[in-house]
Design a protein around this ligand. Structure first.
Ligand code: IMP
Ligand code: MG
Length: 180
């Protein structure tokens, strides 16, 4: 699997060190608040598991499943929610966790959906944020690393559902990405 990478951007140790820092920021920001974390599956699985174990607060956890990629390496703009009802977050402080902020379509749609459930506040935390012009107006309140506009895999991030279990994050070799 690692041989399919053009180069490694962040190894496991680097990711974990950065998670210590973000977890400290989040723990401080929500120390006296009723926090509900909404993790976006499947991409945020590893990030969620490693980050939340570093946050010693009595938070609640819920997950949302969305699909937008259909196995391709570019966003379609159409977000499909796999659950019909939004999670019950009325009067809660919500922190959305996702793997990566790219065009912004996914997080903008999730934010809108959660707003209908009348939370007290909504913030966004992503592991990776791509430096690019977003199609939708959404920015991360907390992020792990900023990256160039390249297709990356590993540590939860997939290409056609593969590479999620790579412990590091790296740029996928261009010839492995089918252009459609
Ligand atoms: P957006 O809707 O374009 O912001 O894309 C968000 C979703 O697209 C993420 O949650 C990922 O599942 C996927 N995605 C975007 N960029 C990448 C990438 O470089 N590698 C793997 N998945 C990506
Ligand atoms: Mg994906």
């Amino acid at each position: 699997m690692q041989g399919d990478l053009e180069r490694v951007l962040f190894d496991e140790l680097t990711i974990h060190r950065r998670l210590d820092e973000i977890a400290a920021q989040i723990s401080k920001a929500y120390q006296d608040k009723e926090l509900t974390v909404i993790a976006v599956l499947n991409g945020s699985l590893m990030f969620m598991a490693d980050l939340l174990r570093r946050i010693p607060l009595p938070l609640k956890l819920d997950c949302l499943s969305v699909a937008s990629y259909h196995g391709k390496a570019q966003t379609s703009g159409e977000i499909i929610f796999k659950q019909i009802a939004p999670p019950d977050v009325k009067d809660r402080h919500v922190l959305i966790l996702d793997d990566i902020l790219d065009s912004g379509h996914t997080l903008a749609a999730i934010r809108e959906k959660l707003e209908t459930a009348q939370p007290r506040s909504i913030r966004v935390c992503v592991l990776l944020s791509k430096k690019k012009q977003r199609a939708r107006e959404v920015e991360a309140d907390y992020f792990g690393f900023e990256i160039e506009d390249e297709f990356v895999v590993g540590y939860g991030l997939d290409y056609d559902e593969r590479y999620r279990n790579l412990p590091c994050i790296g740029v996928l070799r261009k010839e492995l990405i089918m252009s459609k």
